[in-house]
Design a protein around this ligand. Sequence first.
Ligand code: FPP
Ligand code: MG
Ligand code: MG
Length: 355
Amino acid sequence: IEGHSSSVDPFALVGADLAKMTRSIRETVSVLQHPVLDGAASHLLSLQGKRFRPIMVLLMAHSTAMVAPVVPPRLLPSQLRLAEITELIHAASLLHDDVIDVADTRRGAISVNSLFGNQLAVLAGDFLLARASVALARLRDCDVVELLSTVIEHLVRGEVIQMKGGIGEVFGGIGDVTEQARDEQSSYHKPKTQFDAYIAKTFFKTASLVANSCRAVTMLAAHPKHVADAAYQYGENVGIAFQLIDDMLDMTASEDALGKPVLNDITQGLATAPVLFALEEFPEIGPMIDRRFKQDGDVERTLELVEKADGIRRTKALATQHVQKAVDGLVSVLPPSEHRSALINLGNFVLERQR
Ligand code: FPP
Ligand code: MG
Ligand code: MG
């Protein structure tokens, strides 16, 4: 990322917060008197993921505390809770996602749907979502409840767009916060090209959670709007970059390295960034996308053309542009700090990650 070099380790910097969060998550999801529900609900959370989302939320809380020098920079209990809620909503969506994607591994272990069956996996996801909702309500901040509830709508919307196509007007949400969010997201609602539609889907399924969580964590500390906006745009851009790299790794990495199935997108009939870049050069990919790569040889031929068209490198370049935008926006609003440097490094980590 141009203009910035820093060696601050984002993970180490919020290590103590994360340890607290992990303990709190264990309490939040434990189900007394029902070992089966308890097992299904805690299986995924007992496996350490990258914790990319809570790390971002925590770093955002710390680095925005610096804009109000009269207030000693510290993490509010509600902000730690929000990091936890973000991770719980994410975990719930993964339980449902693995059912939809028929994935038998997650976080390097057997998936909940493989271990307990689809029915229990869906219920366990609902359960985590319910516990996240209770924790959210306990923050006693209606605007934050509204933002995170809209995120849940967006997760579903993104998943349905991916499955069935079509991007329509937003439904749900009538409050001020959602109105504002709607303006910000207007470009995602009427995409003009197939590539724009892919980016819009990506916003809904991945970036909305981090963008709105970053905004919410600044609202909990009553930071001014320009700070909330900077936090949101950072989360939005790094979130989109994260999914671009995810879609790239689906084509380039091994199941061993990722801890989850690979070539999952194309075998499920999904055209992601590398394929859409290749399509610009090789229109013969079009019909294969339309028949969802179902004909014999479609997958192999498309992968060949992705390689020829440099689709992987172009995907990474686009992700890099998003991270650059995220970082430029952040440094124009937040004063320099260790935590701000860590957010810059987190952007780099998203680009360089191998899993
Ligand atoms: C992972 O994508 C999935 C998501 C980012 C969102 C999934 C959302 C739902 C299933 C909607 C239901 C939501 C809730 C809150 C219960 P991926 O399949 O591309 O990534 P992967 O390679 O990690 O599986
Ligand atoms: Mg999926
Ligand atoms: Mg999946």
